[in-house]
Design a binder for this molecule. Sequence first.
Ligand SMILES: C[S@@+](CC[C@H](N)C(=O)[O-])C[C@H]1O[C@@H](n2cnc3c(N)ncnc32)[C@H](O)[C@@H]1O
Length: 288
Amino acid sequence: MTDPPYFLDGLDADWKKGKRGKRGTGSVGGLPIGMKFDSEQGKRLQAFLEPVFEQLIRILKPGGFMLVFSAPRLYHRMAIAAEDCRFEIRDQYIWQFTQRAQFKAFGMTHFLKKRVDISDQERKRLTEEMDGRKTPQLRPQFESILCAQKPREGTFVDNWRRHRTGLIDSRQSLTGNVPSTVMSAEKPTKDRYNCHLTPKPLKICEHLIKVFSCEGQTILDPFLGSGTTCLAAQRTNRFGIGIEINPDYVAIAEKRLEIEPRKSTRAAYEEFSKTSEFYLEDRKWIHA
Ligand SMILES: C[S@@+](CC[C@H](N)C(=O)[O-])C[C@H]1O[C@@H](n2cnc3c(N)ncnc32)[C@H](O)[C@@H]1O
């Protein structure tokens, strides 16, 4: 389960210091964050993700799931990258939120004022005619989540017997009903330990982990950020492995994992030891 850089507005492969990158992207200059449009962004995202997905399909168990957050505008490129790496695309889910969803569309008055080639009379007419007209961005209230699967070995039953993967846990529920493709949770607010730019809601990460894996299994996040995936894995009795390029975010992730008591390591270990010849002692893997 992961949430890679979105490749919008410089949140791309250059993301190191928790600040948006400065490199020229060919996008429209001088516009506020979130309003730049660059047709190369999607292609760059796809090229960035392909080698990552190659590694993920290599290490996932057959039938294992990959869940990836993305901006809706570039979702298709991410899905193509996954498909080209031999993942089966199972579905697209929606993380829906209602608050802190900034309406970023803007009107033309400012631009009209700057146009020296337009007469005052025509400017006045256009200003009236374009009243309420804005750039084409509705208020964003969701993000996409790709659900992809490594092909199974044999039937669902054969694959389950070999790997305990490939089937969802339909008893898990966010709303009292069966797990559905739309999941609602507000965007997390910055807290004492977490100043990451884009943390994901723990509630949704925990829910997805419970639906798509079993206790004692291992969840990998190659773009860990502030540690949400590992914290969700810890809370749901799974093991978590995170990779993060920015040491400041690694420190936040470690702090978040540390302050929450690991009540269930023993239970997770017992589950895990049924299927593995390794065990964990003092945070080190020991060969049995
Ligand atoms: C969208 S954020 C993940 C946020 C995370 N889901 C959370 O809840 O905090 C993407 C993360 O990927 C990291 N990142 C970017 N390029 C990376 C790379 N090449 N290797 C590892 N991490 C990288 C960024 O530093 C950033 O923290």
